[in-house]
Design a protein around this ligand. Structure first.
Ligand code: KET
Length: 458
């Protein structure tokens, strides 16, 4: 195809000869001829450009669908309705529905500016002070796994990049091993494992009848999986359901995983956001670590420090000895180097400064409680509005029981579409709404939208 455009890329030979002959004929029309030649050249260049687009080598690439979560924000921006709400992406907003930069982040950035830190490359595994801080935040500084140096920690490109790095490790060193993921789960998990060529299957998690955890289903699916599978678990504030196992259930999950020699793989994207306490939200991970199990944990600071665009997180691999941990870390570096070489420094310094400074650390905890508290308030107000307005007798108490940023409303695809098309409420099509994008002032409006969609659309 490309060869078809080549003869058109410059004036053809007969035309070139013609122009040259005219040029030789006399000086009187020389100016005219030069212009003429330039014009002819331009017109051929234009023809070439048009044709080049038509025969693009990328012609067979089809349009990708918009991302089910991040694509929602693009549609929201284009809507001009005054009551519009963006409950799609899990991103914290103030009561005025504005993005929020934490005060501790601003203070840490000020410190960084004052110190005049440079912009040299980080080591492949990231900023040492960050890696220390992030592992200690997850396990507690005095945890045996830290004291015995059994954790291989590498700074990652936020939660997603850290999960992706772990997936690459699984693909390389556990070829053919399966990852079990909850049904439902955060939509990007499937993309991550698909792209890393790691096979996955689902275990039961959500029971629509009880709007709660299908604990028996979960346990039997984990038992039925081939020995030595990876089991992906949400450390806290399960996305999208907002339903977490109880401490007793976590123990039983750990029992089965140990029995089956599976490897637990935690996704911790909401530490501190579920309960408002960093320690309480890490208790599931700590329970597994305390049993001496080897495990993987991906962390994200997008939500709890509001560092969405800084892409700061980590992958931690808890190993049976410091020697194994060192080797695992060397391989994480080896995987990272050709993928993105080394991670960005700005977010890492913010986290290291906040966690490493006791004043800032305390202030962070307060701000996190404030954010988690605001979400709990709108959760309660939404429940009150739903209960007061809906005379059908439907029990909306699940809204109150769910944990974290989201509420899983149980609305189906058509009902979710009605929320957007009729009510200008932007949300994912699985019925999830991000309460972090809701204000008290709009709770009643949202309740009207949900009640209408639930009862009048099937
Ligand atoms: N894990 C979970 C469970 C999760 O909800 C997210 C983000 C991530 C990891 C990754 O976040 P990162 O910014 O890469 O650290 N979830 C929200 C945003 C998104 O979809 O990217 C969301 O569900 O809205």
């Amino acid at each position: 195809m490309a060869s078809a455009i080549l003869p058109l890329s410059s004036p053809s030979r007969p035309l070139r000869n013609d122009l040259k002959a005219n040029w030789k004929r006399g000086t009187s029309n020389r100016t005219f001829l030069r212009k003429d030649y330039t014009k002819a050249k331009q017109s051929f260049t234009r023809t070439r450009m048009t044709l080049a687009v038509e025969v693009s080598r990328f012609n067979d690439i089809t349009m990708a669908p918009p991302d089910p979560i991040l694509g929602v924000s693009e549609a929201f921006k284009a809507d001009t309705h005054e009551m519009k709400l963006n409950l799609g992406v899990g991103a914290y907003r103030t009561e005025d529905l504005q993005p929020y930069v934490l005060n501790v982040v601003k203070k840490a950035e000020k410190l960084m500016l004052e110190r005049g830190e440079n912009k040299e490359y980080l080591p492949i595994e990231g900023l040492a002070a960050f890696n220390k801080a992030t592992a200690e935040l997850l396990f507690g500084a005095n945890n045996a796994v830290i004291l015995q140096q059994r954790v291989a920690t590498a700074q990652g490109l936020s939660g997603t990049g850290s999960l992706r790095l772990a997936a690459a490790l699984i693909e390389r060193y556990f070829p053919g091993s399966k990852v079990l993921i909850s049904s439902p789960t955060w939509g990007n998990h499937k993309n991550i494992f698909n792209d890393a060529r790691v096979p996955w299957s689902e275990y039961r998690y959500y029971d629509p009848k009880t709007v709660g955890l299908d604990f028996d289903g979960m346990i039997s699916d984990i038992k039925a999986a081939p020995d030595g599978s990876f089991v992906l678990l949400h450390g806290c504030a399960h996305n999208p359901t907002g339903i977490d196992p109880t401490p007793g259930q976590w123990e039983k999950i750990a029992d089965v995983i140990q029995e089956k020699k599976h490897i637990p793989f935690f996704d911790v994207a909401y530490q501190g956001f579920a309960s408002g306490s960093l320690d309480a939200d890490a208790s599931s991970v700590r329970l597994f670590a305390a049993r001496g199990m080897e495990l993987l944990i991906a962390q994200s600071y997008s939500k709890n420090l509001g560092l969405y665009a800084e892409r700061i997180g980590a992958i931690n691999v808890v190993c049976s000895s410091s020697d194994v941990a060192e080797r695992v870390k060397s391989q994480l570096k080896r995987l990272a180097r050709p993928m993105y070489s080394n991670p960005p420094v700005h977010g890492a310094r913010i986290v290291a400064n906040v966690v490493g400074n006791s004043d800032l650390f305390d202030e962070w905890k307060e701000e996190m409680q404030m954010m988690a508290g605001r979400i709990k308030n709108v959760r309660k107000k939404l429940y009150d509005s739903l209960s007061a307005k809906d005379s059908s007798g439907k029990d909306w108490s699940f809204v109150l029981k769910q944990i974290g940023m989201f509420s899983f409303t149980g609305l189906n695809k058509a009902q979710s579409e009605n929320m957007t098309n009729k009510w200008h409420v932007y949300m994912t099509k699985d019925g999830r709404i991000s309460l972090a994008g809701l204000s008290s002032a709009k709770c009643e409006y949202l309740a009207d939208a949900i009640i209408d969609s639930y009862h009048n659309v099937s």
